[in-house]
Ligand binder design. Structure first.
Ligand code: 1HN
Length: 370
């Protein structure tokens, strides 16, 4: 947050010249009078610097393909990733104040080298095949719609075994970890730049996929650094769960949260993931939540109204809903929206809140994607 240095004091006291001198003398010794900035600091409701925004697949994908042609994936650069840079954040490469969001692509038979870091990541696969992410020795096969976790300090590299291209969404808690000055990063010590391919893939699935991986209500409260030991949530299972909910209700919105099958908590301590299915021709209630979220359109077309602005979307588009912005969705054809949010952190701190609006929002503007 940046605090306007030139803001007039909220109240004026005493002799003007003396007061101005006091402010100068305070500034000269790195002291700041709270009474001049109280209203900027303590806003009645969150005032995120990030703005509601949308990045379209039609714009991103040709640019990603050009990057595949021009830029190798190698040690140093580490990844071919196009970050969603919210224009409200003054050049910081973040989708919203607390979350990194990006489109990552891998060209034919490329390997992105192994490393590990304190920020945790989730991947939601958009397109492609024949790629796996090895997470601390477990090769997790990636198919469209799969959610793959690379928790904090787990070694990870990405391997393409085929001639096609691969595209996925990356969500990281990097801005939160950076705000805590907690970023650590290490290159894999080898031998080689990537982890050896294990004889068997998808070990975490065989061990943990038997438990409850999806819930439709609230996820378990938990203040713990633990992450899910299950590293891959398959689209076949996610969509089967959505189908099951759809058969049991006529709501416009069917929501499944991915959870740790051993605890019922969110998949990572810092990030919660969900899929929101919006039924064809239906509109969801407008909701606002404390905390930031990134939406990735997996299938379907429709629009969302975010604080009175309409965003039209289709497959592969990504958009952000900053804290406390009202959001509602309408689907033309049935739509599956993947959502990642920082909600577990707000819950752990006891400051989560949400509000369902009584009325649909009036649309005052329509967003034009670049
Ligand atoms: C990272 O390690 C990956 O491993 C992707 O694929 C995106 C963005 C910031 C920092 C580390 C990856 C990242 C990242």
């Amino acid at each position: 947050m940046s605090i306007d240095t030139h803001a007039a004091p909220a109240q004026e006291f005493g002799d003007q010249a003396d007061l101005q001198e006091l402010y100068r003398d305070l500034a000269a010794v790195d002291l700041r009078p709270l009474w001049t900035i109280t209203e900027q600091l303590l806003t009645p409701t969150p005032r995120p610097a990030a703005v509601p925004w949308l990045w379209s697949a039609a714009t991103m994908k040709p640019l990603a393909r050009r990057a595949i042609e021009l830029v190798p994936v190698e040690r140093g650069g580490e990844r071919r990733v196009l970050s969603l840079q919210n224009p409200g954040l003054g050049g910081r490469p973040y989708a919203v104040g607390t979350l990194w969001g990006a489109l990552q692509c891998l060209g034919p038979r490329e390997v992105a080298p192994a490393h590990r870091h304190t920020p945790g990541a989730i991947r939601f696969v958009l397109e492609g095949e024949g790629v796996w992410t090895t997470v601390d020795g477990d090769a997790c096969d990636m198919r469209p719609g799969d959610l793959v976790l690379t928790p904090s300090m787990n070694w990870h590299d990405h391997t393409s075994s085929v001639d096609g291209e691969m595209f996925w969404f990356d969500g990281l808690d990097l801005p939160m970890v950076a705000a805590l000055d907690g970023v650590f990063f290490e290159e894999y010590p080898g031998p080689g730049e990537s982890q050896p391919e294990p004889a068997e893939h998808n070990v975490s699935e065989r061990r943990y996929a038997g438990g409850t991986r999806y819930v439709s209500g609230a996820v378990a409260e938990q203040l713990s650094p633990r992450h899910s030991r299950l590293l891959n949530y398959r689209w076949v299972d996610t969509s089967a769960e959505l189908d099951r909910l759809a058969a049991a209700s006529d709501d416009p919105l069917l929501a499944v949260q991915y959870v740790d099958p051993e605890t019922g908590a969110s998949v990572l301590p810092t990030m919660a993931c969900a899929v929101h299915r919006v039924r064809a021709g239906r509109r969801t209630a407008a909701v606002r939540r404390a905390g930031n979220a990134i939406y990735v359109v997996f299938t379907g077309t429709g629009s969302s109204v975010i604080d009175g602005q309409r965003f039209d979307w289709g497959p592969g588009d990504m958009f952000v809903v900053p804290s406390w912005a009202a959001v509602e969705h309408a689907a033309d054809e049935q739509a599956d929206l993947f959502v990642v949010s920082d909600e577990p952190v707000l819950r752990a701190l006891g400051i989560a809140r949400a509000e369902v609006l009584a009325e649909p929002q009036a649309v005052t503007r329509t967003f034009t994607a670049r």
